[in-house]
Design a protein around this ligand. Structure first.
Ligand SMILES: Cc1cc2nc3c(=O)[nH]c(=O)nc-3n(C[C@H](O)[C@H](O)[C@H](O)COP(=O)(O)OP(=O)(O)OC[C@H]3O[C@@H](n4cnc5c(N)ncnc54)[C@H](O)[C@@H]3O)c2cc1C
Length: 437
């Protein structure tokens, strides 16, 4: 959906726009950067590392203590990284560090209710490549923190509490609780679903909560997973198992995303350990043997959220600050990485052309490249969740017919495989170049 010129007027007339003064010299006590990033999580850290690799002077500010974010108990999550995202990480200089900790996905099995495997995607069908990789989020953060530290032009400011953001005609300034000030022509909001930057810029969202939560944990199992990811659509919602690297004692591991829509008191979150292990073993395919939870259990409420716009004067939103989706297809961060790549490419073009890094036209180009793609994915995952988490007749029958049809129509199957690999979307030239260099 290409923005019209009216959009330009919209961003100029943004309701929360701070009254502009005639171009004001930057504060003497504020450190000047090319870009400020609020949020140094998976998307913000990647944005900082990618821009830093491209020679930009970047300050990346996060409120959390970095070592806390590296602990196993911080969020318990893993991410399925697509080929497209891997290229972004390569461009950001973090892939060599991460690669040894990734587990390739070579087969994806789709099951529905009590049926046997209805649809199987095999790596041999895509030139024997993997469909992507499973990586622990804390290890992605570790690689990003190390990379930011290694880049002289990137300043990772964490933990830090931003008390105010201000902007005028030439810059945005962030003031921290300890009095430090940072300024740049552009601020990127990478601060997640409850984005402070989005709120400050006066950008609203639309969306809804699903009456579902995802219970997340890591498990060990007796027999190997053979690099298979399983998506089992059950009445309660999808139950996914994702293959992981072995633990330090060599035990086979998988990550579980157990979606449920029951009252909190009935949640698997509260099952006694032996009951939980038995329930996991019953839900895993038989060939895994006995399954045991290791570490903690985590719960995430699930919802869809989309920002009305990704841009405001001298502001760009990326990843979950702009869009949050149901994890049914494991695409949330992969979409975020496409934002990162697209915005980086726009900034490189602006720098090469000698234009302002907060230029409205540049921001519009970024939004035009990403908003429609993200809306389409948000709609697709919403539809999938409604279709597969519902047992109202005739949906179960239709689902089975649909999955069998996809299995038998090579073009349809190929389409879904390429979606899973993230290869169908935007792969900016910049990232392609970074890969080949
Ligand atoms: C159960 C589940 C499974 C998922 N699985 C997948 C998957 O397999 N593949 C996939 O692609 N995606 C997946 N996702 C989605 C993915 O986890 C998110 O898209 C991703 O974490 C978003 O990253 P982010 O950096 O935008 O936001 P966050 O991870 O929320 O990071 C935001 C950062 O901003 C910081 N911050 C917040 N407010 C402030 C502030 N005021 N000042 C300074 N810093 C601030 C926070 O400390 C944090 O570091 C899954 C999501 C869920 C819930």
């Amino acid at each position: 959906m290409a923005p019209t010129r009216k959009k330009t007027a919209d961003i100029h007339n943004h309701p929360r726009r701070i009254a502009t003064k005639a171009t004001k010299p930057r504060d003497k006590d504020a450190s000047d950067f090319d870009v400020l990033i609020v949020g140094g999580g998976l998307s913000g850290g990647t944005m900082a590392a990618l821009l830093g690799t491209q020679g930009f002077k970047v300050a990346c500010i996060d409120r959390e203590i970095p070592v806390t974010q590296l602990e196993e108990e911080f969020d318990g999550r893993t991410t399925a990284i697509s080929w497209g995202s891997q290229k972004v990480m390569q461009g950001a200089g973090v892939w060599p560090d991460l690669k040894k900790n990734t587990c390739p996905i070579r087969t994806i099995d789709i099951l529905d209710g009590n049926s046997p495997v209805l649809l199987r995607f095999g790596a041999e069908e895509v030139g024997n490549q993997s469909f992507g990789w499973i990586i622990e989020n804390r290890l992605i953060r570790k690689a990003l923190f190390d990379r930011m530290q290694g880049l002289k032009n990137v300043t990772h400011v964490a933990p830090a509490q931003i008390v105010s953001l201000d902007r005028d005609d030439s810059a945005v300034r962030a003031t921290l609780k300890d009095g430090r000030r940072f300024s740049a022509p552009l601020v990127i909001g990478a601060d997640g679903r409850n984005s402070f930057t989005r709120e400050w810029a006066g950008i609203g969202t639309r969306g809804w909560m699903y009456e579902q939560r995802a219970v997340i944990c890591t498990v060990t199992h007796e027999r190997p997973h053979n690099n298979v990811a399983v998506e089992h659509f059950r009445d309660q919602g999808p139950f996914a198992t994702l293959p992981m690297t072995p633990d330090k004692d060599g035990r086979h591991r998988s990550s579980v995303v157990w979606t449920e829509h029951c009252a909190d008191k009935d949640s698997a979150l509260h099952y006694p350990k032996d009951v939980f292990d038995a329930a996991l073993t019953a839900r895993f395919p038989d060939n895994y043997g006995r399954v045991r939870q290791t570490g903690g259990r985590f719960s995430y409420p699930l919802g869809l959220q989309h920002a009305h716009t990704y841009i405001a004067p001298r502001v760009a939103l990326i990843a979950e600050a702009a869009h949050g989706i149901h994890p049914i297809a494991g695409q949330g961060l992969n979409m975020g990485f496409r934002d990162v790549a697209a915005l980086c490419e726009c900034l490189v073009a602006a720098r090469d052309a000698g234009t302002d890094l907060g230029d409205d036209t540049m921001l519009e180009t970024y939004q035009r490249q990403r908003r429609f793609d993200n809306m389409a994915m948000a709609g697709a995952t919403d539809g999938l969740n409604r279709l597969f988490s519902n047992n109202i007749t005739p949906l179960p029958g239709l689902r089975k017919v649909g999955l069998r049809m996809v299995a038998r129509i090579p073009v349809a199957k190929k389409f879904f495989m390429h979606q899973a690999m993230g290869a169908a979307g935007l792969l900016p030239d910049l990232i392609r170049e970074a890969k080949s260099s």
